[in-house]
Write a protein that binds this ligand. Structure first.
Ligand code: NI
Ligand code: MN
Length: 222
């Protein structure tokens, strides 16, 4: 699997012919070259939905989101896939499961769009857990027990999501092979030092921290 990073919480997961764009607020030049096959949006905040509507229409692909947010996009004429927390959508490549995230969910125009979510992506046998925007919660361990996680995408920015101290605990609970920090340094209010996070996580766990810069591509193989 190739994991493209656009910055903030924006990733493109590529495996065989599937290219899943997640929270595409920022699209790096390398991501822009890839035609996505699906967009997954964790919640409606502007720093996550970005140009989802435009990208979905241009590529004639669906947006996957919780029921209320999917309806919001459907009203705008987008193809959608809906579901809700705990639910799994099956695909040829595996499945995508909606999981809990503790945060808010509304769109930039003020529409309330239900609960936010995180996603467990199970793609060709590799599991990526994108937590969405969330605070720390103990059931992250239970979520990872149900589907052991290879790569965790975890916020460290603090203020609007968990900060580095809680992200270290989240990483321990999930116990992934790799953790990639996200949702930091996009603007001054969420400035963090990812190297410090890396040192602390790697000091007392077997998880490796991969720090990505916008436009980086990380390849993960089992
Ligand atoms: Ni948010
Ligand atoms: Mn956010």
């Amino acid at each position: 699997m190739k994991i493209y990073y656009g910055g903030h919480s924006s990733f493109l997961l590529e495996s065989n012919n599937n290219r899943i764009l997640v929270d595409p607020m920022m699209i790096s030049p390398k991501m822009a070259e890839k035609k996505p096959t699906l967009i997954a949006v964790s919640h409606g905040h502007g720093d996550h939905i970005g140009d989802s509507e435009k990208i979905a229409k241009k590529n004639d692909i669906p947006i996957m989101a919780v029921f209320e947010l999917a309806n919001y996009f459907a009203k705008k004429g987008c193809k959608t896939i809906d579901g809700h927390i705990g639910g799994k959508i099956k695909f040829d490549f595996g499945f995508i499961k909606y999981v809990t995230a503790f945060h808010g969910n509304s769109t930039p125009d003020g529409t309330a769009t239900g609960n936010p979510c995180g996603f467990i992506f199970n793609i060709d046998g590799i599991t990526v857990y994108h937590t969405g925007d969330t605070g720390l919660f103990g059931d992250m361990e239970l979520i990872a027990k149900q589907t052991p996680v290879d790569v965790l995408l975890c916020p460290i920015g603090d203020k609007y999501t968990m900060g580095p101290e809680d992200a270290i605990v989240a990483t321990k609970l999930v116990n992934p092979k790799i953790v990639i920090p996200m949702h930091y340094n996009t603007f001054p209010l969420i400035a963090q030092d990812p190297e410090d996070f890396k040192q602390k996580v790697e000091k007392d766990s077997n998880t490796k921290v991969v720090i990505m810069k916008a436009n980086d591509v990380f390849e993960y193989n089992k």
